[in-house]
Write a protein that binds this ligand. Structure first.
Ligand code: PHE
Length: 451
């Protein structure tokens, strides 16, 4: 192993670091609003099937690619097959698009933390509180910049170990608090309808959007198709069991998303009636619903503060990992120093962040593809770029470099029990599924077919 490259201390170290990156707003904020929007149980079941088949296979492939080549995405694809070098670059685009809008969400969390501390749960639970806030002319951007600066400072001063250490005990606390809140919200009058909605699939309402939504969510939540797991794999020691690590990260990540759904969706039914509009709240769902839950509790303000602090930490570990990725891409690609690269990343986020932060207010008149900017960037990265990167990864490994590149590496430390599934997935099922879904989504976006 390359001596200069650092490495994780054993499997637990690796799993914790990868899970810290994986568990974030994708689980707590994104998963519940997509599940609410796309049919509850229907979305949940499709998501779970995707995670254990495709998600598992792709994560195994990416981690292995990193460990085998000891390179990050920029070099790893080219090393296994020169023709696929460009995929590394394409992969880099994804975190560059995501970081700015992730910081906008970080700003929303700061806003709620602030209001809970200064005025309490009742104020935050008012019906128009969220919509007034995101439509306000400049405040969402200022908070975006505050959150971005916190992330940037942590990355540039190399103090992320402190945050990671803190989040090691914040995470379990978040799980405990989420379980308590889920039980509370499930037992509110009217909430049971929500539990049923969340857990019962209705396959009649599976649509292209449900599939595309679940697919994009899987990439986002498991930190796949953007080079992160390749980089993490490149730091993994040779005797760490890849198969076991992947299973653990997958369980942890999915468990937290499931819990977040259980906390938020029944509350939508209990506190907002569960009608079409409430379920379709989109990115605002967590911010609209959770304050209502807290406002109805004894000590709701204190519990709300605890909740948003914990969400803040979960978000921070993910945004640090995203920011770090962008920084290292620029360092490697343009041969600049780390500090220069931190500054370039910061400026890019400042510029791109304006759009997502003000897309609901000042810039709401501009709607690319009919979406506001935050949804637009989210769509471009999760529903277009990531499926394309995933498809190219499958083609590279399944048809050109050969799946033995992965299988041999995994078998160094385990029997690779899911090898058959892995091979069929990467070579056949995933590419066919991805091509079908990409083509139909392009056609339906262009209005050629309606689905
Ligand atoms: N997986 C993270 C989440 O669920 C987002 C993320 C993606 C973080 C990629 C780092 C890298 O929020």
């Amino acid at each position: 192993m390359n001596k200069k490259r650092g490495s994780f201390s054993g499997r637990i170290g690796f799993v914790l670091a990868a899970a810290g990156s994986a568990v974030g707003l994708g689980n707590l904020w994104r998963f519940p609003y997509l599940a609410a929007r796309y049919g509850g149980g229907t979305f949940l079941v499709i998501y779970l099937i995707l995670v254990v088949t495709f998600g598992y296979s792709l994560m195994t492939a990416e981690i292995t690619l990193g460990r085998r080549t000891r390179l990050s995405a920029v070099g790893a694809y080219g090393k296994v097959d020169r023709r696929f070098q460009f995929v590394g670059l394409l992969t880099c685009l994804v975190p560059i698009i995501i970081v700015p809008y992730y910081c906008v969400l970080g700003g929303w969390i700061l806003k709620y933390l602030g209001v809970f501390v200064t005025s309490g749960a009742q104020t935050a639970a008012a019906d128009t509180y969220f919509s007034t806030f995101i439509a306000s002319p400049i405040q969402p951007y200022i908070l975006t910049v505050v959150y971005l600066t916190i992330t940037a400072v942590i990355v540039s001063f190399g103090v992320k170990r402190g945050v990671e250490a803190a989040s090691r005990f914040m995470m379990p606390l978040l799980v405990v608090l989420s379980i308590a809140i889920s039980i509370y919200s499930m037992t509110r009058p009217g909430a049971w309808e929500g539990v049923k909605y969340y857990l019962t699939p209705h396959f009649s309402d599976v649509s292209l959007n449900t599939l595309l939504g679940a697919l994009g969510q899987m990439f986002f939540s498991m930190s796949l198709a953007m080079g992160i797991m390749i980089t993490y794999g490149s730091y993994m020691m040779d005797d760490t069991d890849i198969e076991k690590s992947v299973s653990q990260i997958e369980c942890f990540d999915t468990g937290i998303a499931f819990l977040a759904g259980l906390m938020i969706i029944p509350s939508v039914f209990a506190f907002s009636g569960g009608d079409e509009a409430a379920l379709n709240a989109g990115p605002g769902l967590m911010f609209v619903t959770m304050p209502k839950v807290f406002a109805s509790m004894n000590f709701g303000t204190v519990i709300g503060i605890a909740f948003f602090v914990l969400v803040f930490f979960a978000a921070l570990t993910s945004s640090i990992s995203l920011y770090e990725t962008v920084v290292s891409i620029f360092c490697d690609k343009f041969h600049i120093t780390r500090i220069q690269s931190c500054i370039v990343t910061y400026v890019i986020c400042l510029v791109l962040g304006v759009f997502s932060a003000l897309g609901y207010g000042t810039l709401s008149g501009i709607a690319p593809l009919g979406l506001n900017f935050l949804d637009f960037f989210d769509f471009v990265s999760n529903s277009i770029l990531m499926p394309v990167v995933a498809l190219l990864t499958c083609l590279c490994l399944g048809w050109f470099a050969g799946l033995d590149v992965v299988a041999d590496e995994v078998k160094k430390t385990s029997t690779f029990r899911r090898e058959k599934m892995f091979r069929v997935m990467i070579r056949w099922i995933a590419p066919i599924f991805l091509i079908a879904i990409l083509i139909s989504s392009v056609l339906s976006t262009l209005g050629i077919i309606s689905l």
